[in-house]
Design a protein around this ligand. Structure first.
Ligand SMILES: Cc1ncc(COP(=O)(O)O)c(C=O)c1O
Length: 419
C-alpha cells in the first residue's frame, strides 16, 4: 500500500500542469493565447442556430485564408492527415491513376493513402532536400495520364517548399485534378489556391496557424464537386425520401465522405458526425488572428524570422540543410555537426532550457535538426532565445561556436529590417 494512499484508492493523478515549453520544432507549436481562450467557451448543440452561424463564419474565414472563391472551405475533424484522407479517399475510385511526386515523408503518406483507396499509383521521387522541376511533373503527367496528382506544398520532413504556380496550370492542361497538402505552409508561406489553379487543398492548425492539432481546414472547387458527387450516397438512417444515389462507386470511408460532409456543412445540414465544437472555436480564432494580422504581414514575419535564425545558425558555424532556393519560411533544417550527438543536444535544450526542436526521420534521421519559427512562436525574442540556448548546449558538447555570434547575427537581421 502506497504511504500517500493509505486507503489504496484508485490513482487519479495530480492536476494537469504541463511545463511551459517553447515549441520550436516542426509542429505542434505554441497556441495563440486567444485561441486557448476560445477553446474554453461554452458548448453549443451542433444545430443551435448560433453554432451553425459559427460554421458559416468558419467557411467565410477559411476562404480568405486559402485565398479562394471556392464555395467549399470547411473543417474535417481530426489532425491534418484527416484532411488528406478525406480528399484522397473521396476523389479516388478503385483503379484510378494517381501521380504522387515524393520529396519527403508526407509524399510517401499520400502515396500510401492513395494505394489504400485502391488507386494505381505512380510515384516519382527526388532526393530529400530538393523539389521537383515543373517539367519533370509534366513528363510524368504525359506518360501516365493520371486522374489526380497529389503533391505536398511544404514537407516538414525535409523543410523544402515545392513551387506550385506552374504545376497547377500544367495539371489543368493535362486534365488532371491537383490536390495539395498545405498542412505546414498555410498561414506562413504564400498559398494561392485560385491563382495557382489548385483543385483541392488541405491543411492543419498546428503549424503556422498556431492552433492545436485536431482540425483540418480543407477547400475544393467545382471540378472536385463534380467528380465526388457522382459517388453520392447517404446513410440509411438519415436518407431523405426519394434520394437517388450517384452512379459512381460509394466512397469507402463514411467519416471522410466529402458528399456527406458537404451536406452537413451546406444548407441541408444533414446530420453526419458531431462537429468538434471546441476545435471549431479554435479554428475560427486561428483564422481571425491570422487574417487580423494580414496574410502578407504574416508571411513577411515568417520570412524575417527565418532569415534571422539562419543568419544566426551560420554565424555559429553551423550548416543549413537543403536547396537554399526552396526552403520553407517556417522550418529550418540544420546539419548536425560531426562529433556532436544529435539527440542529447535536443534533450538538453528541452530539459535545461524548456525549448523543443525537432529530430528527423527517414534518410535524414540523425543527420539534421529541424527548428520551427511558426505562428505565435515566430518572433525575435524566441529566435534569440533559441540561438542562445543552442550555443550553450553545443559548447557543452564540444562544438565551439563563437560566443554570442549567433545572437548578434540574428539581431543584425532584425535591426536592418527595422524589426
Ligand atoms: C506536410 C504535412 N502533411 C501532413 C502532416 C500530418 O499531420 P498530422 O500529424 O496532423 O496528421 C504533417 C505533419 O507534420 C505535415 O507536415
Amino acid at each position: 500500500m502506497a504511504p500517500d494512499n493509505p486507503a489504496n484508492l484508485p490513482e487519479i493523478f495530480e492536476d494537469l500542469a504541463p511545463a511551459p515549453r517553447l515549441l520550436m520544432g516542426p509542429g505542434p507549436v505554441n497556441v495563440y493565447p486567444s485561441v486557448l481562450s476560445a477553446m474554453s467557451m461554452p458548448m453549443l448543440g451542433q444545430f443551435d442556430p448560433q453554432f451553425t452561424e459559427y460554421m458559416n463564419q468558419v467557411m467565410a474565414l477559411y476562404r480568405q485564408v486559402f485565398r479562394t472563391g471556392n464555395h467549399w472551405a470547411f473543417l474535417v475533424n481530426g489532425t491534418a492527415r484527416a484532411g488528406v484522407e478525406a480528399l484522397l479517399t473521396s476523389l479516388i475510385c478503385p483503379g484510378d491513376r494517381v501521380l504522387v511526386p515524393v520529396f519527403g515523408r508526407f509524399g510517401h503518406l499520400m502515396k500510401e493513402i492513395a494505394e489504400r483507396s485502391g488507386a494505381e499509383v505512380r510515384a516519382i521521387e527526388v532526393e530529400w532536400g530538393r523539389v521537383f522541376e515543373p517539367e519533370t511533373v509534366e513528363r510524368a503527367l504525359r506518360a501516365f495520364e493520371p486522374k489526380v496528382v497529389a503533391l505536398v506544398h511544404g514537407d516538414t520532413s525535409t523543410t523544402m517548399a515545392q513551387p506550385l504556380h506552374e504545376i497547377g496550370p500544367i495539371c489543368r492542361q493535362h486534365g488532371a485534378l491537383l490536390y495539395v497538402d498545405a498542412t505546414a505552409t498555410l498561414g506562413g508561406n504564400p498559398l494561392e489556391v485560385d491563382a495557382w489553379q489548385l483543385d483541392a487543398v488541405s491543411a492543419g492548425l498546428q503549424k503556422c496557424m498556431s492552433g492545436p492539432p485536431g482540425s483540418a481546414p480543407i477547400t475544393f472547387n467545382e471540378r472536385v464537386v463534380e467528380v465526388v458527387t457522382r459517388r453520392k450516397h447517404v446513410e440509411a438512417g438519415i436518407r431523405p425520401p426519394g434520394f437517388v444515389p450517384g452512379d459512381g462507386p460509394r466512397i469507402q470511408s463514411n467519416y471522410f465522405d466529402l458528399c456527406m460532409l458537404m451536406d452537413y456543412w451546406g444548407p441541408a445540414r444533414l446530420n453526419h458526425h458531431t462537429e468538434a465544437t471546441t476545435m471549431l472555436y479554435a479554428a475560427r480564432e486561428c483564422a481571425r488572428v491570422v487574417l487580423g494580422e494580414g496574410l502578407e504581414a504574416g508571411f513577411a514575419r515568417h520570412r524575417l524570422a527565418a532569415r534571422a535564425l539562419r543568419a544566426g545558425l551560420e554565424a555559429m558555424g553551423l550548416e543549413l540543410f537543403g536547396d537554399p532556393a526552396h526552403r520553407m519560411t517556417n522550418v529550418t533544417g540544420v546539419v548536425i555537426p560531426d562529433g556532436v550527438p544529435g539527440e542529447p543536444v535536443r534533450m538538453a535544450l528541452l530539459q535545461d532550457f524548456s525549448i523543443e526542436i525537432g529530430t528527423s526521420f527517414g534518410p535524414l534521421h540523425g543527420r539534421i535538426w529541424r527548428i520551427g519559427t511558426m505562428g505565435h512562436v515566430c518572433r525575435e525574442a524566441n529566435v534569440v532565445r533559441c540561438l542562445d540556448a543552442l550555443e550553450a548546449v553545443l559548447r557543452r558538447n564540444g562544438f565551439q561556436a563563437a560566443p554570442g555570434a549567433g545572437v548578434a547575427a540574428a539581431e543584425a537581421v532584425y535591426a536592418e529590417a527595422g524589426r
